[in-house]
Design a protein around this ligand. Structure first.
Ligand code: NAD
Length: 507
């Protein structure tokens, strides 16, 4: 496995996988056939912006063919015996595990994410399939709701073909997080991956076919958001859209889907607070705050991008944090020692750097970071950035930056911490560090976030609900919450006897 391999071994294996991808390119999968798109675009590696391969560029006609295939495949897939569907999804998980090295190395090459994190991405993807495969047999379960004269009971049925639209940051894992429950529920899928990192989506579809998914059950159409993505959200055969990406895109998708009354599930941006009180275990809080911002290149929706520190410990805490940030190892993502790799593309690098410049313009203090590390100028590398003495209303404290960039804001007491924490448009996660249980509970209840961790970093448990409030999203994933999205609940009411029926026109 890539995680135990040296940088040389990773590079050699990655070069082999890359050569194979370069030769074939990334295709679309429609109705079980690998096909070219109407045109082509390319994907490049953030390591040096060199070409990885050509990618089929789907347009509205390709989306139409894929949606039609998903529509035709739906009745048989939905009617399949639960055990058969479960077995296919288990096989899918096994194949992901067997291909974990290829997936991890290509994901690192295509996204710039360090291999130390990506080596687990494929395994987490497989775990998602296993988790939902285990629940296939119960997915249709409903409630028994007896009334005086009727027995009511509910069942759940798959909603139909769904569209899955994913972002570029950790594409493989996020795609499985959406596609596994959709397939388990009995839906068919058209997947539109992000144009900036499309390589591993092709492997996912390839493994789905090999696992025995019938043609049309999982379709893949690559392309741009404004064309292929838009057409998917507008297609009348597509009953729901599961979307992960930026808040503004979510808003556009809602508009695009309105004429066909799409059900939508949105996992959007964040500006998540980590709130450290003076009574916390400060060493653990420090480790968690650093991990939650600088892992995955900071290109992580649940990252703790605002560090709120109680006044009495502020100076000491930020000083220790700055010393650690300075030592974070920036480098080639295939090097197992690398902690932060290159950002997805030059445009995103320029965006993150613009916030480094803005920090000083707004009057905050740059403790460390910004600019390109020496020797790494040919890729989209930036030095991890830590900004102190920020205030809540600054743009650097309000806007999602989505890079290895943390700001620190001092606060006095619970009320001020809550005011700052809740004073942004986002509400995805919050992290609270204190040894005072009553305070932890009060803060957890009052902070505006879909998910709260107390004395912890983001540790996922698949049955728990995942999602945000405010501009961070609509709906929840995880466990049964995912089935609620991909399925319709139907109520069936059966008369228990001769209850009264009004006899209109009878006299
Ligand atoms: P993005 O919104 O630019 O793109 C996401 C996807 O949407 C891409 O596949 C893109 O092609 C597509 N798209 C763009 N315009 C579209 C349109 N008009 N219609 C349909 N599809 C369209 O996001 P990104 O830059 O790829 O990803 C980064 C964002 O994702 C960040 O804001 C991050 O916070 C968010 N994110 C959120 C979560 C979460 O769980 N909340 C997880 C990961 C990433």
């Amino acid at each position: 496995m890539a995680s135990g391999a040296s940088v040389e071994q990773n590079m050699q294996k990655a070069a082999e996988y890359r050569a194979a991808v370069a030769q074939r390119g990334v295709k679309n999968l429609i109705n079980g056939e690998w096909v070219d798109g109407a045109a082509e675009f390319t994907t490049s590696s953030p390591i040096d912006n060199s070409l990885i391969c050509r990618v089929a560029e789907g347009d509205a006609a390709d989306i139409d063919r894929a949606a039609q295939a998903a529509w035709e495949a739906f009745p048989a897939w939905a009617a399949l015996k639960a055990k058969t569907r479960r077995d296919i999804l288990y096989r899918f998980a096994e194949l992901i595990e067997e291909n974990a090295e290829r997936i991890s190395l290509l994901e690192s090459l295509d996204t710039g994410q360090p291999i130390r994190f990506m080596s687990k991405a494929a395994l987490r993807g497989a775990a998602n399939f296993r988790f939902f495969a285990d629940r296939v047999e119960g997915a249709r379960d409903g409630l028994s709701l007896p009334a005086d004269d009727h027995l009511n009971y509910t069942i759940r049925q798959p909603i139909g073909p769904v569209g899955v639209i994913t972002p570029w940051n950790t594409p493989f894992m996020l795609s499985t997080w959406k596609i596994a429950p959709a397939l388990a529920a009995g839906c068919t899928v058209v997947h539109k991956p992000a144009e900036l990192s499309p390589v591993t989506a092709q492997i996912l579809s390839e493994l789905g076919l090999a696992a025995g998914l019938p043609p049309g059950v999982l379709n893949l159409v690559n392309g741009f958001g404004e064309t292929a993505g838009k057409a998917l959200t507008e297609h009348p055969h597509i009953k729901a859209i599961a979307f992960v990406g930026e808040t503004v895109t979510g808003s556009l998708i809602m508009q695009q889907g309105a004429p066909t009354l799409k059900r939508v599930h949105f996992e959007l941006g964040g500006k998540n607070p980590v709130i450290v009180f003076a009574d916390a275990d400060l060493d653990r809080a420090l480790d968690a705050a650093i991990f939650m911002k600088y892992s995955l290149n900071g290109e992580r929706c649940t990252s703790s991008s605002r560090l709120l520190v109680e006044e009495p410990i502020y100076d000491e805490f930020v000083e220790k944090l700055a010393a650690r940030v300075e030592k974070i190892r920036v480098g080639h993502p295939l090097d197992p020692a690398t902690e932060v790799g290159p950002l997805i593309d030059p445009g995103h690098l320029a965006k993150v750097q613009s916030y480094v410049d803005l920090a000083e313009e707004e009057g905050a203090v740059k403790a460390f970071g910004g600019g390109q590390p020496a020797g790494l100028e040919s890729g989209n590398y930036i030095r991890p950035t830590f900004v102190t003495q920020a205030t809540a209303e600054m743009r650097i404290a309000q806007e999602e930056i989505f890079g290895p960039y943390l700001i620190a804001i001092p606060f006095e007491g619970e009320e001020e911490a809550l005011k700052i924490a809740n004073g942004v448009k986002y509400g995805l996660t919050a992290y609270i560090w204190t040894r005072d249980v009553a305070r932890a509970l009060k803060m957890a209840h009052e902070v505006e976030a879909g998910m709260v961790w107390v004395n912890s970093q983001n540790v996922r448990h698949l049955p728990t609900p995942f999602g945000g409030v405010k501009s961070s999203g609509i709906g929840r994933d995880g466990g049964d919450y995912s089935f609620d999205f991909y399925m319709e609940t139907k109520n069936i009411s059966i008369a228990l006897g001769d209850h009264p029926i009004s006899r209109l026109g009878a006299s």
